[in-house]
Design a protein around this ligand. Structure first.
Ligand code: KG4
Ligand code: ZN
Length: 355
């Protein structure tokens, strides 16, 4: 039953957590969102600097809350890929320094494997392979999981990630950054069926459409056109701009398309469990739509607990614990990789550093 301290600094949340046997002893997140909001998105240079400032206090806090001394840890983990290179380096260098100092093994973690493992912080999963819909600010993917570390990507977005679509549409609705929570709040009392928006299909060179892949860039353009048209009508003396209905209609079409294609893929693959993880998995309408559709189709479902949908270190610790329990650890001089496919995660555990 290993106990691990994990650090997460791949984007704009600094986080630390102590986890033992998939149980969170302590978890803390310092969000930089307000600072980046002024610029309408993440500024890499600011992110790195804030990680440097936030991490020491976060580490002290989770160690104190766990009631453990460094000597009682079995390993120290940090996200090493993918993400902003400067931001990743802060967590990785801090984790590796602590590991060296306290003579503990270091475990590098792939950020997406962390998101996949976030579901293990909730109700236990049914046995057997399952299909994960991973929806975050940088990724929208369906991943078949056949066991720890055994992943196969079955679908992806061809352009914007779902979270990116939320962020971009929020910007054109003047709702600020990050877009997901802002759109969810604006959509609360809106009519989700008032405006029909496109579901963004991906054409195949041989004709027809890809059965599972997503495309969100056309949806963003359609919202822009709708907004311009509605604003012009309102300026000509029509009804006030129906922000709630536009936000709700956008949220609904994203939830519909994500759930439709993922349940179809699960059925085609003969997978009877569907898992939802990532920042966008915090979206209430998406969670409700997935539960409803899985219920109708007789598919079992598990949603990542709300607290562990957006970036956090508890999920990184669970991923690290899984690798460590299987005998893996990382070289102490392993650097970071801003881009690394999930299937390449094993390179983090090769004796010679891959980068
Ligand atoms: O997983 P995450 O914290 O970071 C990445 O690894 O990308 O995801 C962040 C994304 C942002 O695009 C944010 O707008 C979106 O998740 N998000 C949401 C909600 N909360 C966060 N999207 C829709 N509804 C939400 N409630
Ligand atoms: Zn993430």
């Amino acid at each position: 039953m290993p106990t691990l301290l994990a650090l997460e600094t791949s984007c704009d949340e600094s986080a630390a957590a102590v986890v033992r046997d998939q149980r969170v002893l302590a978890s803390a997140v310092a969000s930089q969102v307000e600072e980046h909001a002024r610029w309408g998105g993440v500024v890499p240079e600011i992110a790195s600097r804030r990680h440097v400032e936030a991490l020491p206090a976060l580490i002290e806090q989770v160690m104190a809350e766990s009631g453990l001394a460094f000597g009682e840890l079995d390993a120290i983990a940090a996200t090493a890929a993918p993400g902003l290179v400067g931001a990743l380096l802060v967590g990785s260098v801090t984790g590796r320094s602590l590991a060296r100092l306290h003579n503990k093994p270091f475990v590098a973690v792939h950020h997406l494997e962390g998101h996949l493992c976030s579901v293990q912080l909730g109700d236990p999963l049914p046995p057997g392979p399952y299909l994960v819909l991973l929806v975050s600010g940088g990724h929208t993917e369906m991943i078949r999981v056949d066991g720890p570390g055994r992943y196969q990507r079955l679908a992806r977005s061809r352009d914007d990630a779902a979270g990116e679509a939320f962020d971009k549409v929020a910007r054109l609705l003047d709702l600020g950054y990050p877009g997901g929570p802002a759109i969810q709040a604006a959509a609360e009392r809106g009519d989700p069926r008032r405006f029909a928006l496109p579901k963004g299909r991906v054409s195949l060179p041989e004709g027809g459409f890809h059965p599972y892949d997503f495309s969100f860039s056309g949806l963003k353009t359609a919202v822009l056109r709708l907004v311009n048209q509605l604003k012009a009508e309102s300026e000509r003396g029509g009804e006030p701009f129906p922000l709630a209905d536009v936000a709700a209609s956008f949220e609904q079409v994203v939830a519909d398309v994500l759930v439709e294609r993922t349940t179809r893929c699960a059925r085609d693959q003969g997978l009877n469990t569907l898992v939802l993880v990532g920042g966008v998995a915090a979206n209430r309408r998406l969670r409700a739509r997935l539960e409803q559709r899985c219920g109708e189709l007789g598919i079992q479902w598990r949603l990542a607990p709300l607290a562990y949908c957006t970036d956090n270190a508890a999920m990184i610790a669970v991923a690290a614990e899984q690798r460590f329990s299987a005998g893996a650890c990382s070289p102490i001089d392993l650097a970071v990789a801003p881009r690394l496919a999930l299937e390449q995660a094993p390179v983090l555990y090769e004796p010679q550093p891959a980068f």
